[in-house]
Design a binder for this molecule. Structure first.
Ligand code: CP
Ligand code: NVA
Length: 312
């Protein structure tokens, strides 16, 4: 595994191009080991605490199972079960957990909560999704595209939908990998300009290219992979009706997929809402790799955990 011992993973851009490539290589190896039934337990005696302020199926289960498979011990906590839910500070929680466990994962709303946790913890902190970033998802996304397009050095990704956490992390991943990403978002739903500009700067150094457009057809033209995400993210429940109106024309359907390369794959971080951001036909169609992508969360995160937690 790449040596990331003691580091935090709050955003994809916390890693270098080489580190992220090594992480994916290690993830592919871990997947092979698991498929072959070989045990690999480098994290015996290590613990990971996980704090969830939002629901989760994939992140929680894949980290919990992954930690156990690596010989370590996962603890899943939600805010209401912690004194954090009764007003104990993030700073104090960080210092307490640092005395008990070897790493902390947190899924929460504001990105600066995760930063505060990282600043005050003496152990690695992993971002399990904030309103701004979803870096563990991007690791699985990269791994999935690399698996599906093994012969291609350079890939053209299309993203259609909300300029959200998933797009931010995907943009940073594409930038580091030297890929092209064209994102189509409705007016008013563009990615955060600061995060997007930083990703564009990273792309410049690594040979990648990021474009922002408003027409889904323009984004999808000639794409090797077409990616979408929910229109209303966790915490945006009240905006749902407005968003349904504003995202008209942004559904990924079979006719949009036709504009991509004939062998293009369809990706979605899930959960998916069939009939909104994607049709059931595309979700269940031959180009859909969403369940491979979801499985790869496990392997990619095991690579991350071994890199952050191994003794060297
Ligand atoms: N994609 C993803 O992070 O899923 P969960 O919300 O189920 O963890
Ligand atoms: N953008 C979505 C991703 C869910 C995994 C959200 O934040 O709810």
């Amino acid at each position: 595994p790449p040596a990331l011992a003691g580091r935090d993973f709050l955003a994809v851009s916390d890693t270098s191009a080489e580190e992220i490539r090594d992480l994916i290589r290690h993830a592919l190896w871990l997947k092979e080991q698991k498929k072959a039934g070989h045990a690999y337990r480098p994290l015996a005696g290590k613990s990971l605490a996980m704090i969830f302020d939002k629901p989760s199926t994939r992140t929680r289960t894949s980290f919990e199972a992954g930690m156990a498979q690596l010989g370590g011990h996962p603890l899943s906590l939600n805010r209401q079960e912690l004194q954090l839910g009764r007003g104990e500070s993030v700073e104090d929680t960080a210092r307490i957990l640092s005395g008990y466990v070897d790493a902390v994962l947190i899924r929460t709303f504001q990105h600066d909560t995760v930063q505060k946790l990282a600043e005050n913890a003496s152990i690695p902190v992993i971002n399990g999704l904030t309103d701004s970033h979803h870096p563990c998802q991007a690791l699985a996304d990269l791994m999935t595209v690399i698996e599906c397009k093994p012969e291609q050095d350079s890939v053209r990704l299309a993203y259609v939908g909300d300029g959200n956490n998933v797009l931010h992390s995907l943009a940073e991943a594409a930038a580091l990998t030297g890929w092209e990403l064209v994102a189509a978002t409705p007016p008013g739903y563009e990615p955060d300009p600061v995060i997007w500009q930083q990703a564009a700067d990273i792309a410049l150094v690594n040979g990648g290219r990021l474009h922002l457009v408003q027409d889904p057809k323009e984004a999808v033209a000639q794409a090797d992979a077409v990616y979408t995400d929910v229109w209303a993210s966790m915490g945006q429940e009240e905006e749902k009706e407005q968003r349904l109106r504003d995202f008209t024309g942004f559904q990924v359907d079979a006719s949009l997929m036709q504009l991509a390369q004939p062998d293009a794959v369809f990706l979605h971080c899930l959960p998916a809402y069939r009939g909104l951001e994607v049709t059931a036909e595309v979700m269940e169609g031959p180009q859909s790799e969403v369940f491979r992508q979801a499985e790869n969360r496990l392997h990619a995160q095991k690579a991350l955990l071994t890199s952050l937690l191994s003794d060297g």
